[in-house]
Design a protein around this ligand. Structure first.
Ligand code: AMP
Ligand code: MN
Ligand code: MN
Ligand code: MN
Length: 281
């Protein structure tokens, strides 16, 4: 039996510190109940949930990896970079993330103005009602409000018709630069991983350009098995991990029981020949 069978790694999920539904404690309880043995909490641009999650993980005997998912603008594409094993007490990382978060409030106002022009009123207040941490106000909170209003049956449907490029409620945003995000993660002791590369709608050439640039600035890993990939994409990104010599990661990207099709820890194993991002942990 290899390490993959012995340990259940889930290295990507969200709590109420960003756009997840469960508190850090409830998230760790659920992960433990699902048999996760090594868990990373990776809230968007935010470290606030890590201390609570680490504490509860200790109680459950779950090994906890402090993480973060940094919003990055690469060209005109939003990319997410997961940092694993970062130091939650690193002051520079905290300050830089605070700066990344700082534009979210203004963006939310613009999103609400667009929705208002469609006759959807009070979405700013409605979205903030779902944002336990208002400094990370984002599209998921708007999506929950749009479901509440009956505008779409579920979050996934919202993101087909609203809040994405070319649809109402999309507001272009300048997030962190790729090289900066990777540097912040590395400087705080973490390992940088490209989150769900299959989600970005990049051409094959652009995807390769992204991975090349990511490696050149010190990035080390790529998510292969993630709740944001289809099973056929597991194979596609396993091949790219091999070709680019990137470490492979596995994470559910769980946001909440009713919202995520893959629960915490409920993922197939990584293809056995890949080097996992946890190989030296
Ligand atoms: P933001 O950082 O405010 O742009 O919000 C990004 C978040 O929106 C992602 O982390 C997801 O939680 C959510 N999201 C984006 N696209 C989709 C989608 N197609 N289906 C479900 N959730 C999505
Ligand atoms: Mn999210
Ligand atoms: Mn993401
Ligand atoms: Mn995520």
């Amino acid at each position: 039996m290899g390490a993959i069978e012995t340990f259940n790694f889930d290295l990507h999920c969200h709590s109420t510190a960003s756009d997840g539904v469960l508190s850090p404690s409830d998230l760790v309880h659920r992960a433990a109940a699902n048999g996760v043995s090594v868990l990373a909490l990776t809230d968007h641009d935010e470290l606030a949930g890590l201390a609570e999650a680490a504490e509860i993980a200790r109680v459950h005997g779950v090994r906890f990896i402090p993480g973060v998912e940094v919003s990055v603008t690469w060209g005109d594409t939003t990319i997410h970079i997961v940092g694993l094993g970062i130091d939650p007490a690193n002051a520079a990382l905290a300050t830089n993330l605070e700066h990344v978060r700082s534009s979210r409030g203004r963006r939310a106002e613009k999103i609400a103005a667009e929705l208002s022009a469609l006759g959807i009123d009070d979405s700013l207040k409605g979205a903030y009602a779902y944002a336990e941490n208002p400094s990370v106000i984002g599209r998921t909170h708007f999506a929950r409000f749009l479901v509440e209003c009956g505008i779409a049956p579920d979050i996934a449907t919202v993101f087909k018709h609203y809040l994405v490029r070319g649809k109402p409620g999309f507001v272009p945003q300048q997030w962190a630069a790729l090289a900066d995000a990777v540097a912040w993660i590395r400087t705080s002791g973490g390992r940088a991983v490209v989150a769900h590369p299959g989600r970005y709608k990049l051409s094959r050439a652009d995807l390769r350009r992204l991975l090349t640039e990511f490696k050149n600035v010190g990035g080390e890993g790529v998510e292969v098995v993630t709740g944001s990939h289809s099973p056929s994409q597991y194979g596609e990104f396993a091949r790219l991990a091999r070709e680019f010599g990137l470490l492979a990661s596995r994470g559910s990207d769980f946001h909440g029981p009713e919202e995520s099709h893959l629960d915490l820890g409920q993922l197939p194993p990584l293809p056995g020949d890949l080097t996992p991002v946890w190989h030296d942990w």
